[in-house]
Every structure is written in structure tokens, then in C-alpha cells.
Design a protein around this ligand. Structure first.
Ligand code: NCD
Length: 301
């Protein structure tokens, strides 16, 4: 297996590496791995808020026996003392840091860090660009449910344009042969997304009966100057509620990368639906991240 130094998006992984991550995820969930990162230092550098991703990376690193440092932006000279990204990378390299987990609002920031840093960089979300580990855990959740994804239909609903999760998930699902139906208003979902296995639809009610899985997205309000659609219109057209749940197949599942906003993209009836898989997704987050850490740090050529 090739050594992949960093994970910026799913394109950095070969088909074999993707399969290996999913296999290891299952193994790690059945039996916690030993200290595969013993003696290695990991730094978590989150310039944007995070609950799930931050906590699960931290837990994954601890479970692998790594030494873990959390750097919050206000303690970073990069943010407050004019130190450049490149010089920060030199500093962290001199400290012997092995893995940098980076979240930043600027698309491309983790990529720049990866070019400057003599270790492994994992993108934990960069602006609207990519969020590969969330996509991996979402895809793992789908594989756990359906096995082979070829021929399955996954609907992704909402603010696709600003969702780095959706962007990475679309890439991954396309590679695994799933059909992807994107649903949302024009302002959140330009028609240019259509192509290959990806189609664009505006009518959620028409899509639901044919979906094996529905992935709901949060409206990324922090990435808009002005929201181009009223909450009322969004709710009328796209909120998953009791009436729309009845349109789904019995065995369909519903996912959300979190954080979800009750009353906007879903209502409380979704949280009681038998196929609501949010908690499974979150649970897989730790093992998927352990598998990624292990692959990057330990895989041999
Ligand atoms: C997402 C993110 O930060 O990109 N959440 C996550 O990491 N699970 C999605 C979001 O913020 O809506």
C-alpha cells in the first residue's frame, strides 16, 4: 500500500485505501485496537466551532495511545502574532508533531498546511470545500445498512452549495457507484451539480419514494451574507416532517452530519423514525478516524 501523507479530500485515497479504511473501521468497532499511535503526537487545530468532529478526533487519538494537544485559535501565534502558516508548520515539525488535524473557514488552508508541514495533515473541514472524515463515516453508515452501494439511491437535501460534507460525500458515493439525487432550491443547489451519477431535483416529495437513504443538511447560515430563501418557504418545500416520512420506503434510512436544526430541515417526528441513523453516524466517527490515523501514520508501502 502506498504511503498517503495527508487526507485533504477523498480523492487522496485510492479505492484500496477506501476499502481498507472501512474494513479497519469495522475491526476497531468490534475490538478496540491497541496503542497504534503510541509515542506519536497529534495536534488538533480547530479555527471553527466543532462538537462531533473535534471530540471524535480527540477520542480516536487517545484510544490509539497518542499524545494529544488541542490548540485553540486564541492561543495560536498564527492567529494573533503574525506568524505565517508556513512558520507555524516549521515550529510544529520541530516539536516532533506527527499529525495535525485542521479545521478552518478558508478552503485550501489544510492543503497549504500539508505542503508546509513535515508530517500528516487531516482536513477536519475547510470552508465549503471538503470534510473527508465526515464523508467517510457517512458512507460507512450506508455500507453498514446496505452493503454494496452500487444501484442504491442517496438523496442529499438542502444547502448543498455551502456543505463541505455534501461535497466530499458526493465524491465518495460517486466512486462507489451510488446514484445521488440532490434536492434543494436553486440558491442552495445550482443545476450545474448535475452530471454523471448526480441528478438535481427541486421536488422533494417526488424524490422520497425512490430513495434508499436521505441525507439532510443544515442551512449554513454563517456562510451567507443574506439567506436567499425565507424559513417559511424552505420549511414548506424541504423540511422532512411526518407527512413526508410517509412517502419514504419502509426500509429507507435518514442521516444528518449534524448539527441539525429542529424545525428547519427536520421536525421531531424524524428523530423518532425507525430509520433515523444520526447516532450511528456519530458512533462511527471515532473508529473511522482511528482507521484514518492508522492508515496515514502506519501504512507500509
Ligand atoms: C458539519 C461541518 O462542520 O461541516 N458538521 C460536522 O462536522 N459534522 C456540518 C455543518 O456544520 O452543518
Amino acid at each position: 500500500m502506498r504511503i498517503r501523507r495527508s487526507l485533504i479530500d477523498l480523492d487522496d485515497l485510492t479505492a484500496e485505501e477506501l476499502a481498507y479504511i472501512f474494513e479497519r473501521t469495522g475491526q476497531f468497532e468490534r475490538e478496540p485496537p491497541g496503542p497504534l499511535l503510541a509515542g506519536k503526537a497529534c495536534v488538533n487545530m480547530f479555527f471553527e466551532e466543532s462538537t462531533r468532529t473535534f471530540t471524535s478526533f480527540h477520542l480516536a487519538e487517545l484510544q490509539l495511545g497518542a499524545n494529544v494537544v488541542d490548540l485553540v485559535p486564541k492561543n495560536l501565534s498564527l492567529a494573533t502574532k503574525g506568524e505565517s502558516l508556513e512558520d507555524t508548520a516549521i515550529t510544529l515539525g520541530a516539536l516532533g508533531i506527527c499529525v495535525l488535524v485542521v479545521r478552518h473557514s478558508e478552503p485550501g488552508f489544510p492543503q497549504r498546511m500539508a505542503l508546509a508541514f513535515d508530517g500528516h495533515v487531516i482536513n477536519a473541514g475547510d470552508g465549503v470545500h471538503a470534510h473527508p472524515t465526515q464523508a467517510l463515516l457517512d458512507i460507512y453508515t450506508l455500507i453498514e445498512e446496505f452493503g454494496e452501494l452500487r444501484g442504491r439511491t442517496v438523496a442529499i437535501v438542502g444547502d448543498v452549495l455551502h456543505s463541505r460534507v455534501a461535497h466530499s460525500t458526493i465524491r465518495g458515493l460517486s466512486r462507489l457507484g451510488a446514484s445521488i439525487v440532490l434536492v434543494g432550491p436553486e440558491a442552495f443547489l445550482p443545476s450545474t451539480y448535475a452530471g454523471g451519477q448526480v441528478s438535481v431535483e427541486r421536488d422533494l416529495d417526488a424524490v422520497l419514494p425512490n430513495a434508499d437513504a436521505v441525507v439532510l443538511l443544515r442551512i449554513q447560515r454563517e456562510r451567507f451574507v443574506e439567506i436567499p430563501i425565507s424559513d417559511r418557504e424552505y420549511i414548506d418545500r424541504f423540511r422532512l416532517d411526518r407527512r413526508r416520512l410517509a412517502l419514504l420506503r419502509k426500509e429507507a434510512i435518514i442521516m444528518h452530519p449534524g448539527p441539525y436544526n429542529r424545525g428547519v430541515e427536520l421536525d421531531d417526528s424524524v428523530l423518532e423514525f425507525a430509520g433515523w441513523r444520526y447516532a450511528r453516524q456519530v458512533q462511527h466517527g471515532v473508529a473511522v478516524r482511528m482507521a484514518v490515523l492508522d492508515l496515514l501514520v502506519n501504512a507500509r508501502q
